[in-house]
Design a protein around this ligand. Structure first.
Ligand SMILES: C[S@@+](CC[C@H](N)C(=O)[O-])C[C@H]1O[C@@H](n2cnc3c(N)ncnc32)[C@H](O)[C@@H]1O
Length: 280
């Protein structure tokens, strides 16, 4: 079964199992593949609290905190709850929190179901590289339910790459090959737009996007290929093993022609963006 059918009620539990397995499988190596520089992660946490106008004792919920790269840096003055489907990811996060447990809770739960948050309880909901994995109508409706009466902010975090960077070009080529075979990847601006529309319909105000951190990466085509080979899926969705190998072989050939060598390193800038929506 493909993850792209996630909105269908039938097979929901096996789909949930696949997503959980996918993230459990990569928990220990996630940061090697998708790590954020530590100073950037701290800055993102600071900016989320500022944009969300969080005050001491306010409740901040993070959806899909993963290994806690960002979650660990939220000030202890706010009450923090991280909600994640993957036990493996939460285990990594918990190990980090050992001496910082005050006002912190990590909950193993599926954010595609009712969020484990009381009605009207939450000041800020943050999701970094995770909200696009969820159904946008569900996120908008849960956000309306849990928002504090004096207002709340949903903040979506994602990494923006230069369109001509090696990683962006490799990802586009991969997505294109998936599309040719009938697989639709997730994420991207389209996904954001659908969520924004669903939130606007519930009265939320879309605020300006903010770039909060910037860093330089040096990457070769081989890095992207190795990283994809280390996963059990491609572009966030599961594809049969043979097909995955076929796509990666094709990509290898394309990259060799396009970049001259699989080992050649290219530098580019990446920006961490926050997209806030205010629920009043
Ligand atoms: C790409 S990781 C991002 C981790 C972290 N937020 C970061 O930016 O480093 C996505 C996270 O979302 C979690 N996740 C995916 N689907 C979920 C769901 N339905 N409910 C809760 N968490 C989910 C995964 O387990 C994983 O930890």
């Amino acid at each position: 079964m493909e993850l792209k059918n996630r909105d269908e009620a039938d097979g929901r539990s096996s789909l949930k199992g696949q997503v959980r397995e996918f993230f459990d499988h990569q928990a220990a190596t996630f940061e090697r593949r998708a790590g954020l520089p530590e100073d950037c992660a701290r800055e993102i946490a600071r900016a989320v609290l500022e944009i969300g106008e969080a005050r001491p004792r306010d409740l901040l919920a993070e959806i899909g905190p993963g290994t806690g790269q960002i979650g660990r840096w939220f000030s202890k003055e706010v009450r923090y709850v991280g909600i994640d489907l993957s036990v493996g990811m939460l285990r990594e996060f918990r190990a980090r929190l050992s001496d910082r447990v005050e006002n912190r809770a990590l909950v193993h739960a599926d954010a595609q179901a009712r969020w484990p948050l009381a009605d009207g309880s939450t000041r800020v909901v943050f999701g970094s590289r995770a909200i696009h994995l969820l159904n946008h109508e569900h996120v908008a409706s849960e956000m309306s339910r849990v928002s504090e009466a004096r207002g709340a902010t949903l903040i979506i975090g994602r990494v923006r790459r230069e369109p001509q960077s090696l990683r962006a070009r490799m990802a586009r080529e991969m997505q294109e090959r998936m599309r040719q075979r009938g697989f639709e990847g997730r994420g991207g601006e389209g996904q954001n737009r659908r969520l924004f529309e669903a939130c606007s319909r519930r009265g939320a105000k879309i605020m300006d996007a903010v770039g909060v951190a910037r860093w330089t990466v040096s990457a070769s085509p081989k890095d992207s290929l190795d990283s994809w080979r280390s996963l059990v899926s491609l572009g966030g969705i599961s594809v049969p093993f043979k097909l995955r190998e076929e796509i990666l072989m094709e990509l290898e050939g394309w990259a060799e022609r396009a970049f001259g060598s699989l080992d050649r390193e290219f530098e580019s800038e990446e920006t961490y963006m926050l997209y806030p929506l205010r629920f009043i």
